[in-house]
Design a protein around this ligand. Structure first.
Ligand code: FAD
Length: 414
């Protein structure tokens, strides 16, 4: 029986652990927080996952929240009118063909860890550093590090050729709330872009205390939306969230007039630079470790792709391990495995990074074109499930204009 170690009990590592266990591999999970610590800790993400990523969990039979988690049925996009900021210059929405869902990782990860152990996986609660990596990689045939944004991932070398930013591009904040007014017709991720200030998006989710909505704030550093760093209490963080909406997005403030924080841990503030790292770590002994998920490709949350990427990375790695049979997991196999994932992820990263910069003419053509053409709005909404469909249009004005023309012929999808 092949022996594989996964480090990190998160969105990337856990599906691989389950998938290998199902196929009879001996799998050990090393993670640095117990289920109760995760449950009782701070929220970590907004984790809106689209249908293709949810399918990974469905295939493994770990989609335990599917019936309970409120569906996200569409994507909305609004741009305030610079002449009259309490109105919208651009305002479109498109329905998703298949719904998205966002289950709080505080709910999901503890159950996954407990279930993995029940299915026969070995679980060790350990904060893994170099010494532990040496020990684990001596014991297992393959060691995968999926430790998210943990300090240990800095052991992987930053890939400057794939990382255009060396500083955080947004000051991030999350506010989990109960009592938000729903959007008309269908639920959605409501994106609001405020040029020069940042972005705000909000959507339904499932948290420890039941259905909720998650507010995500993306502030340009030093600007008026970079206002959460020194909030001294959960209530102060919440009040700053609401005052921002009142000042910049009155239609969103209106929806939030009766809302309250879900719980004292339902908020987060922080920042990190989007980074791609080289996927293979060589330890002092010469042993090698393969990186996955955020450990090697961490995106800004602006396009809501991190958990989606993690799940899709898990599927690629799982398939590659199974295909490899009894052969050795050497450096060439590890690099090829990451490159297989990168074939998909590179365009997700390019799209996400471009959203952090002033919009290109082609981005404007697509985002404003969707306001006029429901067929384009439908296409743009569904691109969140598989962002590579945005290319070549997202990178080329002539292609974008061609796409607008094509989608203009299509009537709205009801
Ligand atoms: C503000 C914010 C909003 C987001 N919104 C979205 C969204 O809407 N949609 C979306 O798809 N993605 C979103 N994301 C991104 C998404 O949450 C991550 O990309 C995803 O969780 C990555 O999965 P992972 O398994 O790589 O890392 P994680 O989920 O972070 O898991 C890492 C695991 O490793 C463990 N660990 C860390 N260090 C060690 C160590 N030294 N030893 C042992 N274990 C260790 C951790 O405890 C954890 O269990 C958001 C992120 C942020 C910060």
């Amino acid at each position: 029986m092949r022996k594989i170690a996964i480090i990190g009990g998160g969105q990337a590592g856990m599906p691989v652990a389950f998938g290998l266990l199902d196929k009879g591999y001996e799998v050990a999970l090393y993670t640095n927080r117990t289920p109760d610590q995760v449950r009782q800790g701070r929220v970590m993400s907004s984790q809106c996952m689209f249908a293709n990523a949810l399918d990974v969990e469905r295939r493994l039979g770990i989609n335990y929240w599917e019936d309970e988690c409120p569906p996200v049925e569409g994507i909305g996009f609004a741009l305030p009118n610079p002449e009259q900021p309490d109105t919208k210059a651009v305002d479109w929405s498109g329905r998703l063909d298949r719904v998205a869902q966002a289950t709080d990782q505080r709910l999901k990860m503890p159950i996954w860890i407990e279930e993995f152990e029940k299915r026969g996986g070995k679980v060790f609660f350990e904060d893994v550093g170099v010494a532990e990596l040496e020990r684990i990689s001596n014991e297992y045939e393959l060691t995968i590090l999926a430790a998210g944004k943990g300090d240990v991932v800095r052991l992987f070398e930053r890939d400057a050729s794939r990382s255009p930013f060396d500083k955080p591009q947004r000051a991030l904040a999350l506010t989990y709330v109960h009592g938000l007014e729903p959007t008309p017709e269908y639920s959605r991720v409501s994106f609001n872009f405020i040029p020069g200030v940042g972005e705000y998006f909000v959507f339904p989710s499932l948290t420890l205390s039941g259905p909720c909505d998650i507010m995500v704030f993306e502030g340009i550093p030093g600007g008026p939306l970079d206002r959460f760093r020194d909030a001294k209490s959960p209530q102060e963080h919440f009040e700053r969230s609401i005052s921002f909406l009142q000042e910049f997005l009155p239609w969103e403030a209106d929806r939030a007039r009766n809302c309250e924080l879900t719980d004292d841990q339902g908020y987060l503030a922080g920042s990190f630079p989007p980074t791609v790292r080289k996927p293979v770590l060589t330890l002092p002994s010469g042993n090698i470790v393969l990186g996955m998920g955020d450990a090697v490709v961490v995106n800004d949350p602006i396009t809501g792709q991190g958990s989606n990427n993690a799940a899709k990375c898990a599927q690629v790695y799982l398939d590659r391990i199974l295909e490899h049979g009894e052969q050795q997991f050497d450096r060439a196999w590890m690099e090829a495995t990451f490159e297989k994932y990168w074939e998909y992820a590179n365009q997700v990263v390019a799209w996400t990074n471009s959203m952090l910069l002033p919009p290109t003419p082609q981005a404007l053509a697509l985002l404003t074109g969707a306001d006029q053409h429901p067929g384009l709005a439908h296409f743009m909404a569904n691109a969140f499930d598989h962002p590579p469909v945005l290319y070549p249009a997202w990178g080329d004005l002539a292609e974008a204009e061609k796409l607008v023309q094509t989608k203009a012929q299509i009537p709205a999808v009801a």
